[in-house]
Design a protein around this ligand. Structure first.
Ligand SMILES: Nc1ncnc2c1ncn2[C@@H]1O[C@H](COP(=O)(O)OP(=O)(O)O)[C@@H](O)[C@H]1O
Ligand SMILES: Nc1ccn([C@H]2C[C@H](O)[C@@H](COP(=O)(O)OP(=O)(O)O)O2)c(=O)n1
Length: 433
């Protein structure tokens, strides 16, 4: 089978990774960050106390190290001599030396071969400096992303990184081997004045014009023009959504981090820590269409009996492990709904994340939909468990990158130990936020 490659090139902090990540998640391709490979070699050079400008010593190192490149279904992974260097790749030292290392032809030769290998097994969206010009010159799908230098500098410092964007651009564009150029056939996309979502929509238009095989349904999913499910909120849901949203913003200065990770369309299993009764509408407010929640059986009394079902709440028996509610979640997800589950079951007593009690791993494995890890901070102070009183504490919600399982992973997460392993993976993703 012929695999497709989407090539994304451009200067530092133009938005290449953000774009490649979004396209990978929404089109079901693997995102390969080729810059991370050059960064990983740079990290190894620094680790071994080799002078980065000593090309002969760097060549010798590159000849003897083992570089393993793979992916987790959506994102590329890398290890050098068995060590995953990811946590160290964006340090000031690596930023300062990566251009020198990536100008050495033997380094490029080794990494370009590894980059091309990806296409043997999967479709990719690969980002870097020479993907459209050198790595995959034959691909018809090429985007050159740009943004004004001042915008790019701001983006990088907003990320808290020490990085001299202009110096690196000058070096990357002027080197002899594979300099940064606008590749033949590439379409230039300037993101200076575009939002992230706007830039993604523009990229989709470019890819469509370049003939990338995209089903109409996929395009709609990607651009968010037409949600898969519940295209509009019913007035009663909207009333709750709007009132809770306004209250959260005014009372708790609600802050949301990681908005770009939110999956707006299609079925999603949202896994969040649980701090207070404020949590379900808090999560509901992240999304612009309706979703499904769970609520304690005992709340379905009086007006609750009428109102909660209208807010798509499903009764759950907290005192007993409830197989039927798990089955309901799986069914709702298979129908295309977005469903919120608190893996810990009960609210926290001390603000810490507790043990996962429910079968989130089983649900995730059986439903096979993207998992959105979310972590709430401060809701336990705003409405502590056991107290009926609201306090004016700041609430922050962090949305993590979706976990998208490959068919092989889905197969491996079966049986009790498989479900437990997946539960742990989801809980770790929440704790890491
Ligand atoms: N179109 C955009 N509008 C605003 N911010 C953006 C846009 N694209 C990317 N960003 C932000 O700019 C920063 C750098 O983007 P990134 O994708 O890491 O760039 P690159 O991979 O080109 O170095 C990130 O914080 C990202 O969220
Ligand atoms: N295909 C590539 C990718 C990156 N490089 C080099 C040049 C860049 O300055 C560094 C780091 O790339 P990376 O994409 O991580 O950098 P930014 O995130 O855009 O700042 O690696 C390269 O030479 N060729």
């Amino acid at each position: 089978m012929n695999h497709h490659a989407i090539a994304i090139d451009g200067p530092a902090a133009s938005g290449k990774s953000t774009m490649a990540r979004a396209l990978a998640e929404r089109l079901g391709l693997v995102m390969v960050n080729s810059g991370a490979m050059y960064r990983a070699v740079t990290w190894k050079v620094l680790e071994e106390k080799i002078n980065p400008t000593d090309a002969a010593a760097v060549r010798e190192l590159v000849g003897r190290i083992r570089i393993d490149c793979g992916h987790d279904g959506t994102f590329s992974t890398i290890s050098i001599d068995g060590v995953d260097p990811t946590p160290f790749l964006r340090s000031a030292e690596v930023n300062a030396n990566v251009s020198a290392i990536s100008a050495i032809p033997e380094v490029r030769e080794k990494l370009v071969a590894l980059q091309r290998d990806y296409l043997k097994s999967t479709h990719v969206v690969m980002e870097g400096r020479d993907i459209g010009s050198v790595v995959f010159p034959e691909t018809p799908f090429k985007i050159y992303i740009d943004a004004d230098p001042s915008v790019r500098n701001h983006r990088r410092s907003d990320d808290g990184e020490v990085d001299s964007v202009e110096t690196r651009d000058a070096a990357d564009s002027s080197r002899t081997t594979a300099p940064l150029v606008i590749a033949d056939g590439a379409t230039v996309l300037d993101t200076s004045k575009l939002s992230i979502e706007g830039a993604i929509k523009a990229a989709i238009d470019i890819l469509r014009a370049q003939g990338f095989p995209m089903k109409q349904s996929e395009t709609l999913k990607i651009t968010g023009e037409e949600p898969d499910h519940a295209p509009m909120m019913r007035w009663i849901y909207w009333l709750g959504w709007m009132s809770f949203g306004a209250a959260y913003r005014t009372l708790f200065g609600l802050r949301i981090i990681g908005r770009e990770n939110i999956i707006h369309n299609g079925p999603v299993l949202i896994a969040s820590n649980h701090q207070s009764f404020l949590d379900p509408p808090l999560i509901g407010n992240l999304y612009k269409t309706e979703m499904v929640f769970f609520a304690r059986k005992t709340l379905f009394k009086g007006i609750g009996k009428w109102l909660y079902p209208k807010w798509n709440a499903i009764p759950v028996d907290q005192d007993r492990p409830d197989m039927s509610s798990m089955k309901t979640v799986i069914r709702k997800l298979k129908e295309g709904w977005r469903v919120l589950v608190f893996p810990e079951g009960a609210r926290t007593l001390d603000g810490e994340i507790g043990q996962a009690a429910s079968g989130i791993g089983l649900i995730a494995a059986k439903a096979g939909v993207p998992i959105q890890p979310v972590r709430i901070f401060g809701a336990d102070e705003a409405l502590p468990r056991g107290s009926g009183k609201i306090r004016f504490a700041r609430i922050t919600v962090k949305v993590g990158r979706p976990i998208v399982l490959t068919p092989e992973e889905l197969k491996s997460y079966s049986g009790k130990t498989g479900y437990e392993a997946l539960t742990n993976r989801i809980m770790d993703a929440i704790k890491d936020l």
